[in-house]
Design a protein around this ligand. Structure first.
Ligand code: 9MR
Length: 359
């Protein structure tokens, strides 16, 4: 009994290897987003989770992190011109202490927006000023710390038309150009991403992304990447072929791609079948990212089921991540490791990913 408990305690570190294996397979990183403890407490969870922290900080497991909430407008500029970086800094300092890459998220988004932005009646000129000020101040604060910024998040509807956010209503697609242009002026070396969900298979929304990237490129505005959030359902996740096709379509425009918020939710309670579907979905995403040279990495939207956003939003669904509540690992963890391991032998040549014949 004692031995089992002891072995179980050692297991997470002894077998820690998502980032390690992903690197060997040619990715830049495998990471997990995380929330700051203050946010956890507000969600009714305990603040201290030493076992969680040990896994998050284990760089063999995760070489990258993202604050799930702390850098959003609601927290960073709760009142006009009043900036607060406390929450975002907590996660940024975890990344710094551990030498993990930081993906920064998100500058211009219609959700978790400070109420003052939506409650004011803006002239186009005034809202332009607000966007420039927000992007500039937040990016300046995090200058040198981010590998990438999600500059504009979720600007599209499912049919590929623009979402009627306050930004779009006042400025049309100009707000997207302005956000990217400003971001590039503040920090020319950071990767600037458009990030959205349901972009993981070809279709009207993916076409909308291609349109946004081309629009920016046509105007000579810097855009470096497309972030595919990848919030999937186990029973109908995009296939490997769909993911490959869509990643290649973005990459064909000369931008990199990343899987930025991966989770695969299950109808609760989980059973063997749903866990197998989930394992397949995770594996397909890992394989797709490895096969497309421009796919730089994969980020889980947290890694520990109790911290997922899913049960708060989708009643009856959950268990979308790779660690169960008791810190045992999902079958999907091992399917990802297996996918990476199958890709790593023989090693790839001259920095280019080899063509993978194993799948
Ligand atoms: O994980 C975030 C959760 O804690 C927040 O309550 C939620 C509010 O919308 O946002 C979650 O993260 C979202 C991310 O920022 C953008 N893509 C969708 C994510 C899940 O909602």
């Amino acid at each position: 009994m004692l031995f089992t408990a002891f072995a179980a305690a050692l297991l997470p570190l002894a077998s820690a290897q998502l980032h390690l294996q992903a690197k060997k397979a040619g990715l830049k990183y495998f990471g997990a987003a995380t929330d700051s403890p203050g946010q956890r407490e507000r969600a009714g969870l305990e603040a201290a989770y030493p076992r969680y922290d040990a896994i998050l900080r284990d760089t063999n497991e995760f070489g990258q992190t993202t604050p799930t909430n702390g850098q959003k407008w609601l927290f960073t500029e709760p009142e006009q011109g009043v900036f607060n970086f406390t929450e975002g800094d907590i996660v940024a300092s975890i990344a710094e202490e551990n030498g993990q890459l930081l993906r920064c998220h998100a500058l211009v988004w219609h959700s978790q927006l400070a109420p003052w932005v939506e409650e004011t009646t803006w002239t186009p000129e005034a809202l332009r000023g607000v966007i420039v000020e927000h992007v500039t101040r937040v990016m300046e604060h995090y200058k040198g710390q981010c590998y990438a910024w999600d500059v504009v998040n979720e600007a599209l509807e499912e049919d590929g038309t623009y979402r009627e956010s306050i930004f779009y209503q006042v400025l049309g697609d100009e707000y997207i150009k302005l956000a990217f242009k400003t971001a590039a002026e503040v920090e020319p070396d950071v990767k600037l991403y458009y990030n959205d969900y349901n972009l993981e298979s070809p279709g009207p929304k993916a076409d909308g992304v291609l349109r946004i990237v081309r629009m920016l490129q046509d105007e000579g505005i810097k855009v470096d990447g497309v972030g595919m959030q990848a919030h999937f359902r186990a029973h109908d996740a995009p296939t490997l072929d769909e993911q490959l096709a869509v990643m290649k379509s973005y990459a064909a425009l000369g931008v990199e791609v990343a899987v930025t918020e991966l989770d695969v939710r299950i109808q609760l309670p989980v059973n063997e079948t749903s866990l197998a579907w989930q394992a397949e979905a995770y594996k397909n995403t890992a394989i797709a990212c490895m096969r497309v040279r421009e796919c730089v990495g994969i980020t889980l939207w947290d890694f520990y089921d109790p911290f997922s956003w899913v049960p708060y939003v989708f009643e009856g669904e959950g268990a979308p991540l790779l660690w169960f509540e008791d810190f045992s690992k999902h079958p999907a963890y091992f399917s990802v490791i297996e996918a990476f391991a199958n890709m790593t032998s023989p090693p790839k040549c001259s920095g280019k990913r080899r063509s993978h014949k194993l799948y």
